[in-house]
Ligand binder design. Structure first.
Ligand code: ADP
Ligand code: MG
Length: 244
């Protein structure tokens, strides 16, 4: 792994009115690293992810992504094209086919020609295991399939970093593994990933580091085996006793 972090988060604070959602978060993520973030609802996990690609502004501190500080509109746009994000809700465009969903941003942002964008989309659909769904609409797919399309759509932009915010928590139990398998493959290919998820099996298999957030702070970080088996902090133990 390189010395220079691909994501550098330094003393970041974020308020929503009087809610102090992030209270001095520091985190470095290195190229090829997979970091899983766990923690109670409301602890600031989504806010932190959203600050990394500036879907959310922060009030204090700094974030540098791949050498680019998030401090001007131009830089924020540059960072957004390097960072893919997958949400709990798949957010596919319902009136576009699967193929069109995966091609849209490629055409507009990457300025790819139709044929090229479609070839990339098909390759990614094969990668996530559903090439036969290319001409279907999102509503004709299961939740797990829709989430795999959302992952393919993000990957079509050739991101350097992928952020996942509880990607399997809206799915029926029998569909969770197919999405985690796609993510695990990505991790094994060396994608830099920050994943908010309470799928401890995935964290153990894929993560280099697991982090517990609570009340807007990183409470503890360690390799997953250590964080899950032998946490140092009482707050980590208390949280794990609810999810394990
Ligand atoms: P998590 O993802 O860990 O459940 P969030 O990052 O969503 O936590 O939220 C952290 C805190 O910020 C919570 O207290 C939440 O209510 C608050 N919050 C998040 N988004 C907003 C918003 N858009 N407006 C006001 N408060 C918000
Ligand atoms: Mg959240």
């Amino acid at each position: 792994m390189e010395r220079e972090p691909i994501i550098h988060i330094e003393n970041v604070h974020k308020w929503f009115g009087h809610v102090h959602a992030l209270r001095g978060v520091n985190l470095d993520v290195y190229k090829g690293e997979v970091v899983v973030i766990i923690g109670p609802s409301g602890s600031g996990k989504s806010t932190l992810l959203r600050c990394i690609n500036r879907l959310e502004e922060f009030d204090e501190g700094k974030i540098i992504v791949d050498g680019i500080p998030l401090d001007s509109a131009e830089n924020i746009n540059a960072v957004r094209t390097e960072v893919g994000m997958v949400f709990q809700q798949f957010n596919l465009f319902p009136h576009l086919t699967v193929l069109e969903n995966i091609c849209l941003a490629q055409r507009i942002v990457r300025k790819r020609k139709k044929e090229e964008a479609e070839a990339i989309a098909m390759e990614l659909l094969r990668k996530v295991g559903i090439p036969e769904k290319a001409h279907n609409y999102p509503a004709q797919l299961s939740g797990g399939q829709q989430q795999r399309v959302a992952i393919a759509r993000a990957l079509a932009m050739n991101p350097k970093i992928m952020l996942f915010d509880e990607p399997t928590s809206a799915l029926d139990p029998e569909m969770i593994q197919e999405v985690l398998d796609v993510m695990l493959n990505l991790a094994r290919e060396g994608m830099t990933m920050v994943v908010v998820s309470h799928e401890i099996g995935f964290a153990r298999a894929a993560a280099h580091r697991a982090i517990l957030m609570d009340e807007g702070q990183i409470v503890e970080e360690a390799p997953p085996d250590i964080l899950f088996n032998n946490p140092r902090h009482e707050r980590t133990r208390a949280f794990l006793s609810k999810v394990l």
